[in-house]
Design a protein around this ligand. Structure first.
Ligand SMILES: Cc1cc2nc3c(=O)[nH]c(=O)nc-3n(C[C@H](O)[C@H](O)[C@H](O)COP(=O)(O)O)c2cc1C
Length: 203
């Protein structure tokens, strides 16, 4: 097994000006950084300035033509797992996050995801939707998740003040992501030559 430290991206999926997501992303990054077993990086979808998907060839073929796609691909490929920070927009995830996910394919495969969501009902409906998207990308999603309420974890729906128990909830989620990340790293390292591992589904 590769003894390199696991690398996990905290992906900030909301992009609008004045977003609550920034405070939530920074908070989960701070909680995560208290662990010394894993290298965590905050990855802000906004920084990649992705247009609406503009690659002519389906991402599952991995033939990217645009510089923004190549930069996003290189970043996402470099991680063993992802923690998605997502609000709930109309009972789903933000279009910007879905678009960013759709840009790539193999970079996500055989990896792990955990979720931190927020909204009036904790953003749980957005996460349920995101779990289905992850399944299609061959991402294993952990059970534990962090659900932040706009009523209980924010003042005036905008000043982020997470309830004390949320840190424990975050660590439970991170524990599950960490354990599965190690397991799937072995799968990726040991099975690269296995034809079934590399099967690219034709659309
Ligand atoms: C377009 C839009 C749709 C929303 N729909 C929902 C919703 O369906 N359920 C919910 O709980 N909150 C909903 N909200 C409230 C958001 O969860 C809340 O504003 C949150 O702070 C948005 O994340 P952001 O500040 O990082 O953009 C919606 C907000 C926006 C902007």
């Amino acid at each position: 097994m590769n003894n390199q430290m696991l690398k996990i991206a905290i992906i900030l999926g909301s992009t609008r000006p004045g977003r609550n997501g920034e405070a939530v992303g920074k908070w989960i990054h701070e909680v995560a950084k208290r662990r010394n077993d894993i290298d965590f990086e905050l990855v802000d979808v906004k920084d990649f300035n992705l247009p609406l998907l503009d690659e002519p060839i389906p991402p599952s073929m991995g033939q990217y033509s645009k510089e923004h796609t190549k930069a996003w691909s290189e970043k996402i490929d470099s991680f063993d797992a992802y923690v998605f920070v997502t609000p709930e927009y109309n009972h789903g995830i933000p279009g910007a996050l879905k678009n960013a996910i759709d840009f790539l394919y193999k970079e996500w495969n055989n990896k792990v995801a955990g979720f931190v969501s927020y909204g009036s009902a904790g953003g749980v409906r957005a996460v349920e939707q995101l779990r289905l998207v992850m399944a299609e990308l061959k991402v294993a999603t952990v059970r534990a998740q962090v659900s932040l309420s706009l009523f209980a974890d924010f003042e005036n729906f905008s000043n982020f003040k997470p309830a004390p128990f949320q840190e424990k909830s975050a660590n439970n989620m991170l524990d599950e992501v960490a354990v599965w990340s190690g397991a799937l790293k072995i799968l990726r390292t040991d099975n690269r030559q296995n034809p079934q591992y590399n099967t690219a589904r034709m659309r």
